[in-house]
Write a protein of this length. Structure first.
Lengths: 399, 213
């Protein structure tokens, strides 16, 4: 009896009057439309990235297939399909074949919880422009992204060769480490919303802050969770400057070195799909999702336009980061994740929680935190100078 | 959940279908864990089992538990297993017929049959034990699943919750302290001590890990 509510989205008004054939048809139609649109947007995203990168690097980029080379990705996909599918001799055959799907399926599943617009009415059924709205919404995203680790890890291991293995070990270590910071910044959003559902998170951000500013979480939470989410999200995507996983100069191509043909194409698809999903989730969590001034003629279109506009800004910034920033070193990557982002997000979560309970508590937590940090810094300084006096020379430097 | 929703979907048939599929997935995964020759394949079968259990949690209206099951068990712990398998290099096929512990197999079968009988008996005569048709009394009532869970964890079961978290922190700190390699001090001759500490660290980590799961 619990099943009906659990599998189908709870919050969607589509299911409030019971489930019949029409409702099922709408759900299937939404799923098919989402998949088709996502595939199309991946094709466009690959073209967009290549075009922007080439502009930033003062070259022309793809310009042969279609106007401005917009069909280049389709041509490349066709070429990938016709290539020979190689299977390395020392590969674990079953897992080698399985891994690309473990990578690409979570990438598409993750998008299903993103609200892309408001509500529409199809054949007397009112429904929200969102594929699924489970009560655990944002946790579903974390669950799916933790499954995506398997695709990369198993691809590297099953290739039976050293560079893919190194790449996949790096990738899994990186993704597992940054997932903590990512989860803590999501926790800040959940704390202020009081719900895990992405639809509730978006609805909670309607309205205005201090009269004219939008009531978006990026302002309400004081920027820090947003910045942490952006950095940790980029690391989760294995995109530059966190692309140690692929690091062409060191690892040939990372975990997918041994893959060819459409199996390689699936990894490529997953990577770009994840970039789009991460941008969309960023918009949902911190920038009000489809929230914005409405176009009064067609109300439901307004939300979609705002959502797309905000997402494209993030997609552009990911391309921009790739074009400008050099790659991290491995120890820098781990230092940033464990020693900076996680303590910062934990501390900020504490301050936010105290602020929600009451303002005086919040400010006293901030003051107490500052005092603690100052004392800790002083203690570290004293400790350093004491060690230097005891053990001068190279030993002291190593410590 | 909307009360009108459950009867419309002919819930019993759907519930049964989901249960049968999930049970088949769980059992095939479990058999795969035991019979697989390659440790990596075994770990993947374990993931299959964990997924099936998560589906059953969703069917029981425990969405939060399902999400946590996937995030923590499938996403972190089995990844850790795989790390260990891949890095230590035990990813070679092993002969399952070799028996390190004599008489272990018949004993395992006997205990398994006993456990199954107990479970079936409990399912048949549960009202003798608990007095209610369902053991999950606390989870029913108004409010969302997460809300109910949070309320019971932070009110009724606060002390066990805090004690568990303290235990986890102690385990982590202990593992870090024991596994840390002492810097060669100014006097030198720390080698033996360092080795000893490392050995102890590994042992402590092995002990601490089950606790942190």
């Amino acid at each position: 009896m619990a099943l009906a509510g659990a599998v189908l989205a709870l919050g969607d008004p589509l299911f409030s009057k019971g489930v019949d054939g029409g409702v099922l048809l709408i759900v299937v139609g939404k799923a098919v439309a989402t998949l088709a649109l996502l595939l199309a947007s991946v094709v466009l995203m690959i073209w967009f990235e290549r075009k922007i990168i080439s502009d930033m690097q003062n070259r022309v980029g793809p310009n042969r297939a279609g106007p401005w080379g917009i069909l280049q990705t389709l041509a490349d996909a066709f070429k990938l399909f016709t290539k020979e599918d190689l299977l390395p001799e020392r590969a674990d055959r079953r897992i080698f074949r399985l891994a690309p799907y473990l990578s690409v399926v979570p990438a598409f599943l993750a998008f299903s919880i993103v609200p892309v617009g408001g509500f529409v009415t199809i054949a007397h059924h009112r429904t929200q422009l969102q594929l699924a709205d489970p009560p655990v919404g944002i946790l579903f995203l974390l669950a799916v992204s933790s499954i995506a680790v398997y695709g990369i890890m198993l691809a590297g291991w099953s290739s039976g060769s050293k560079y893919p293995l190194l790449g996949s070990v790096r990738a899994s270590a990186q993704m597992v480490s940054y997932e903590a910071a990512l989860g803590l910044s999501v926790a800040a959003v959940v704390l202020i919303t009081g719900s895990l559902s992405t639809r509730d998170i978006v609805i909670d951000q309607h309205g205005h802050l201090a009269g004219f500013l939008p009531n978006w979480n990026v302002l309400r939470l004081g920027f820090i969770p947003f910045v942490i989410f952006l950095i940790a999200g980029t690391a989760e995507l294995n995109r530059p400057p966190f692309d140690l996983v692929e690091a062409e100069q060191e690892l040939v191509g990372g975990y997918f070195t041994e893959y060819s043909s459409m199996r390689f194409g699936l990894f490529y698809l997953a990577e770009f799909m994840n970039t789009i999903t991460m941008s969309a989730v960023n918009v949902t969590l911190f920038f009000g999702g489809p929230d914005g001034p409405w176009f009064h003629s067609v109300r439901w279109l307004g939300g979609i336009v705002w959502f797309l506009a905000k997402t494209v800004v993030f997609l552009f910034s990911y391309v921009w980061l790739r074009a400008t920033l050099p790659r991290f070193r491995y120890d820098q990557l781990m230092d940033l994740g464990w020693k900076r982002l996680i303590p910062l997000s934990l501390g900020w979560l504490l301050v936010l929680a105290a602020m929600i309970v009451s303002r005086p508590w919040g400010f006293s937590v901030v003051a107490g935190g500052l005092l603690f940090v100052a004392l800790l810094a002083r203690a570290v300084m004293v400790g350093r100078s004491a060690t230097d006096e005891l053990a001068p020379g190279p030993v002291g430097e190593a410590g | 959940m909307p009360a009108a929703l459950a009867p419309v979907l002919a819930a019993t048939a759907v519930d049964t279908g989901v249960f049968v599929v999930a049970a088949a997935v769980i059992l095939s995964g479990a058999v795969g864990v035991v019979t697989g020759r390659n440790p990596v394949h075994c770990a993947l079968s374990l993931v299959l089992t964990l997924f099936g259990v998560a589906v059953l949690f969703v069917a029981q209206d425990a969405q939060f538990l399902a999400a946590v099951q996937v995030i923590v068990y499938a996403g972190a712990i089995v990844v850790l297993f795989l790390f260990v398998i891949m890095l230590i290099g035990v990813d070679r096929e092993e002969d399952v017929r070799a028996e390190p512990l004599r008489g272990q197999r018949p004993a395992a079968i006997a205990v398994g049959v006993l456990g199954l009988a107990e479970l079936l008996g409990l399912a048949r005569f549960h009202h003798w034990v608990t007095g209610t048709p369902s053991g999950a009394g606390a989870a029913s009532g108004p409010g969302s699943n997460v809300e109910k869970l949070a309320r019971s964890v932070f009110t009724r079961y606060l002390l066990p919750f805090e004690i568990t978290s303290a235990l986890l922190v102690i385990a982590v700190v202990g593992a870090v302290v024991l596994a840390r390699r002492p810097q060669p001090g100014p006097g030198g001759g720390d080698g033996a001590e360092a080795n000893e500490a490392n050995g102890a660290g590994e042992a402590a980590e092995a002990e601490a890990e089950p606790a942190s799961r």
